[in-house]
Design a protein around this ligand. Sequence first.
Ligand code: HEC
Length: 348
Amino acid sequence: MKRHALHLSLGAAGIVALLAACAAQLAQHGADPAIRVGADDLGGVVTSARGPEAGVWVIAETQDLPTRFTKIVVTDERGRYVMPALPKANYEEWLNQLKTTGCMSCHAIGTKGMRTMPKDFAHMKSTEAWVRRIASGQAMTQMINVINRFDRDRVVADLADWTDRVAAGELPFVLDTNGNGKRDAYVEPKQPADPAKDTRIAANLYSVGFNPNDGSIWGTQLGFPGRVVRVAPGSDPTHTSLTEVFEPPFPGYGPRGGDIGRDGVYWASLASGHLGKFDRSQCKGPLNGPKATGKHCPEGWTLYRFPGPQFGNVRDDGSAEASYYTWVDQFNASAGEIRRGAIRRVTA
Ligand code: HEC
């Protein structure tokens, strides 16, 4: 078996940066007699200074075939891997430093079951409860192994702090759909509206910005049509914070990275090929109440088309040019000339 070119590639998600893997190597085939590697297989053992490495992604890739061909396997508990019966070609082998054994490789962490500490642990300190909790059930060995790869005490302290804050009422985004200007009991995102209650929304803020004029916090929510989110924390956020959401009007959609100016105007790169400007002070209708759920302020938006061409068979206004993120130069830090006229304003 010939030696294959070896690269270390960083996992995109980068949850577990396994520093020791820098020293990891692919041992040669046959290093472990238990692996039988045939003529059209690739196999071996991944080792580091600490010995065999379990759960490392090994990626074989070739451009020799009519389409790019990639095969990914994960090393077993003795660091071994085999890729059987590969089509004949020259392969490059990659080691991926992202171990598959981070918490999120098995389950999500933000779900209700996770963020609520069961009553059985009520007599313990939150940190102790977390340690006990992940030492439970069928997956306890894997969970303990994973947490021990981090700075364990620090992760446990963070998790405990998180569930403590949730238990104390720290809650996510609520629209004032009953329109009384206060945060009240609320219905869940998919439940029907209730005239007496507010409405919780499922939002995950990206590109968070702060409006120095009124203390509100802004961000984008990715997706279609996506929205810009404004949160006013109020004097006692757990009980007073209120959220507003603003969808870009068609033909604009899909906010990505955005930022706020010192004038409180929010700017966002839109997937539709526009730079979107949202000025809340231009809104004419009420900003709370049953209709204030996202489509209530198209007049606050201005769309500027990016200069690139539109896709050939798309008639809607927009551009194939993709901007991922827009920052506002709040303090005039960027020296030099701003080129004007490159982007064109369109009417929504
Ligand atoms: C190998 C897969 C795997 C990994 C990795 C893993 N978990 Fe788990 N986790 C499970 C399974 C399976 C259960 C359910 C266990 C049971 O009920 O028997 C569970 C249960 C839990 C629970 C209990 C939920 C409840 O009902 O109270 C918590 C909390 C938890 N995991 C947190 C974590 C954290 C934090 C990490 C990372 C340090 C992690 N898990 C890593 C598979 C995993």
